[in-house]
Design a protein around this ligand. Structure first.
Ligand SMILES: [Zn+2]
Length: 140
């Protein structure tokens, strides 16, 4: 029995829209406006947190490029090594997003510290790019 006249598989892509509410704390994603408001009321929230946190990301990433361990880089900004790793990865991901880099080189998605150091020139340039983009090159 042949089945060649049946339907053929058709590739479909469904895009899921995710809606969340920011309270201005980085990495907080509240599911409702009410929850974000509750969070804001629960403790002081910085008015302009983004730039401040970005400065910390840049500082941590620069320390990593200078040879620090995650733990040392985290300690330099009063955070854990795990947070330092997360912040650096976030900064790096943003810096190679198509909005910031049109031609992404192969193999650059590996954020292991060894690989980061291997691509030191690339990442130093990316950090500098983001610093300029975020208007931080005038600091320190
Ligand atoms: Zn929050």
């Amino acid at each position: 029995m042949e089945n060649n006249n049946g339907p053929k598989p058709i590739k479909k892509i469904e895009i899921i829209e995710k809606i969340y509410w920011e309270c201005n704390f980085p990495e907080h994603r509240h599911q409702t406006e009410k929850a974000a408001m509750t969070c804001i009321k629960a403790r002081p929230h910085p008015v302009k947190p983004r730039k401040g946190y970005r400065k910390i990301w840049i500082k941590v990433a620069k320390n990593i490029m200078a040879g620090a361990t995650w733990k040392e880089a985290g300690a330099s900004v009063g955070r854990s090594g795990e947070r330092a790793r997360q912040m650096t990865h976030k900064l790096f991901r943003i810096s190679i997003h198509p909005a910031n880099l049109s031609n992404r080189p192969d193999g650059i998605n590996d954020f292991a510290i060894k690989t980061i150091r291997k691509n030191a020139t690339f990442w130093a340039e990316r950090i500098e790019y983001m610093e300029k983009k975020w208007g931080m090159n005038d600091s320190e």
